[in-house]
Design a protein around this ligand. Structure first.
Ligand SMILES: NC(=O)c1ccc[n+]([C@@H]2O[C@H](COP(=O)([O-])OP(=O)(O)OC[C@H]3O[C@@H](n4cnc5c(N)ncnc54)[C@H](OP(=O)(O)O)[C@@H]3O)[C@@H](O)[C@H]2O)c1
Length: 350
């Protein structure tokens, strides 16, 4: 083992987010992947269970999680289990002095909101009580740099917040009228666990809404936008017959008059220096294939002058900027690596 590298582990390594983390971390020049936990593949070496992963980590075995093993073998751990299981493991490792990035929703919300939207018992009164920092990298850099426990944002929340924050923070959005977020995801957003509604026969050539009025990312988006009224957000989540990608169309009632140039300036001010965010000029709009397989977020917009409505589009790859990519971006910040380390990948096209 190269002792100058950060020793990292992935818990949930047999899941989609965990596998994406391994895919990124295997080529990260500052880390040594020393631990992988997740029961689906027993103790088979990754070489056998996931032959598409690179040779550098092929001999690693995916083992059942044990906090002692994780603590002994790792400086930092990414935890990507379902909400309800993930946060407890993240907290256990954080208490043992590890740097932890939790990909679940367990440490993103205060107790009341968590329990009413996730229908599970909260682990903490408030994530701040354990120093958990919300890991929306572009908007929380200073806090992330000095954190040891990161609540990595949800995939829909990442796409929505990156699109909406410049507008809401500018004061351009009109209060008292909801922001409507029409959100669509590829099926890998539902995870690897088999379910009837994600079968090829159900999804191919189909398209449907789910969890309408009940999606758990609603309060995450609302609180991170700094909006106190839960009714200020209407989120509709829908499943696309694709594997990767999130496409958001958001409708924001705005004070008029505004021009497309005004809006472009807002986005340029927010994101001009950002390596992973690309803002399309007026008249051009993002597509899923602009970001697939990469940590990029592409944003576009249109001003509907007459009703005073700003329409904003954003696209991300749910497993990259929506999960593993952003988690590594946060890890890079914490350990002082250039933020793009391990993440300089062009999207796959077509
Ligand atoms: N998929 C996305 O696009 C995405 C985006 C952002 C955030 N997230 C979040 O990331 C986390 C992982 O999501 P995913 O989509 O990668 O899920 P997934 O593909 O279903 O993988 C879940 C992983 O957790 C393990 N696991 C399941 N139940 C467990 C339990 N009760 N105790 C211990 N381990 C358990 C699984 O192990 P087995 O192999 O044994 O089943 C697997 O390794 C979730 O909290 C999700 O909300 C996902």
């Amino acid at each position: 083992m190269n002792s100058s590298r950060v020793r990292v582990g992935v818990v949930g390594a047999s899941g989609y987010s965990g596998l994406e983390l391994l895919r990124i971390l295997a080529y990260h020049e500052g880390v040594e992947v020393t631990y992988a936990a997740g029961s689906r593949n027993g103790t088979e070496p990754l070489r056998d269970s996931t032959p598409f992963l690179p040779e550098s980590i092929a001999s690693l075995r995916t083992e059942s999680f044990h906090p002692d093993r994780a603590s002994d073998l790792c400086d930092a751990v990414f935890v990507g289990l379902p909400s309800g299981a993930s946060g407890a493991i993240a907290l256990e490792l954080w208490k043992r002095g590890k740097t932890v990035i939790d990909l679940s929703g367990d440490l993103r919300l205060p107790k009341g909101a968590y329990e009413s939207w996730y229908k599970k018992e909260a682990l903490v009164q408030h994530p701040k009580d354990v120093g958990a920092v919300y890991g929306l990298t572009e908007w929380n850099r200073t806090q992330i740099q000095s954190a040891r426990l990161i609540a990595n944002p949800g995939c829909y929340a990442t796409a929505a917040l990156l699109a909406l924050l410049p507008v809401v923070r500018s004061g351009l959005a009109r209060s008292g009228m909801p922001i409507v977020i029409d959100a669509k995801s590829g099926v890998s957003g539902a995870g690897r666990k088999p379910a009837q509604n994600t079968l090829l026969g159900e999804l191919q050539e189909n398209f449907y809404a789910y969890k309408v009025g009940a999606h758990q990312h609603t309060p995450e988006i609302q609180t991170q936008l700094g909006l106190s009224d839960p009714a200020s957000i209407v989120l509709t989540t829908q499943l696309l017959p694709t594997v990767r990608g999130i496409f958001i169309s958001a409708y924001i009632p705005v004070h008029t008059p505004i021009s497309a140039d005004d809006v472009m300036v807002l986005y340029q001010n927010a994101y001009e220096e950002e390596p992973f965010i690309h803002v399309h000029p007026p008249g051009r709009y993002p597509e899923l294939k602009h970001v697939r397989g990469s940590n990029l977020c592409h944003i576009g917009f249109h001003v509907h002058t007459a009703p005073g409505l700003l329409q904003v589009f954003s696209v991300i790859d749910n497993l990259q900027k929506g999960a593993a990519g952003q988690a590594v971006q946060n890890f890079n910040l914490i350990y002082g690596f250039p933020e793009t380390t391990g993440l300089r990948v062009s999207p796959m096209y077509p």
